[in-house]
Design a protein around this ligand. Structure first.
Ligand SMILES: O=C(O)CCC(=O)C(=O)O
Ligand SMILES: [Fe+2]
Length: 206
């Protein structure tokens, strides 16, 4: 494994606070290239509205969740996406070695939050989908400022709240059972959201 120089702060953050960020996990240029790819895919009609709830309870409610998504197919991905996924695979090995998380696979989608949309407070790990262990988000927004909104707020178990700006190239990872929300966006907000799973992808229906 080629260790990213910032990997050493990661295990500590995840075990102490339940989350960590790595600013510059991908370069600004690569973040912009990935965003442009997401924009093209959306223009080609490849995005769909994201829903909430699972199976019988599945529904769309823009006041709760307003993003549009496209699941990543690595075999068709542009090279900055492939490089990102390779680096994520290294991170998975590292987390398994340091935190014994038993991570086996990774799934991810592009997301865009159009102006005015948000994702209300929720957790990513469900009773009927317990296989999401660590959530990850790579942000793709150059020159994002506080006034643009769209902060990710994570609610730590000790009651502390942290607010993270979705700036280009920054990676944030958090334990999937932690509650979090995306504040309303005043600018279109692009990201790649993913989950480290404790089962190979094809088995998550079990
Ligand atoms: O984009 C983010 O900051 C978080 C997205 C999120 O919570 C989700 O897709 O489940
Ligand atoms: Fe989430």
């Amino acid at each position: 494994m080629t260790a990213h120089p910032l990997f050493n702060r990661i295990a500590e953050g995840l075990s102490a606070d339940g989350w960590f960020t790595v600013p510059g996990f991908v370069s600004r240029e690569d973040a912009i290239a990935i965003r442009d790819e997401a924009v093209s895919l959306r223009e080609e009609g490849e995005f769909r509205r994201a829903g909430i709830g699972k199976q019988g309870e599945f529904q769309y409610d823009k006041s709760i969740r307003g993003d549009e998504i496209h699941w990543v197919d690595e075999s068709e991905a542009i090279s900055p996406v492939k490089e990102y996924l390779n680096r994520i695979a290294d991170l998975q090995d590292y987390l398994n070695q340091t935190c014994f998380l038993g991570l086996r696979d990774f799934e991810s989608h592009f997301a865009v939050y159009p102006v005015g949309t948000r994702y209300a407070r929720h957790a990513d790990r469900f009773k009927n989908n317990p296989h999401r262990i660590v959530s990850s988000v790579l942000y793709l927004n150059p020159d994002w400022e506080e006034a643009d909104g769209g902060q990710l707020v994570i609610y730590q178990e000790d009651g502390k709240e942290v607010s993270i700006l979705p700036e280009a190239g920054k990676l944030v990872c958090f334990r999937s059972e932690l509650e979090h929300e995306v504040l309303p966006c005043n600018r279109a907000r692009y990201s790649m959201t993913g989950w480290f799973l404790d089962q190979p992808l094809g088995l998550t229906f079990l």
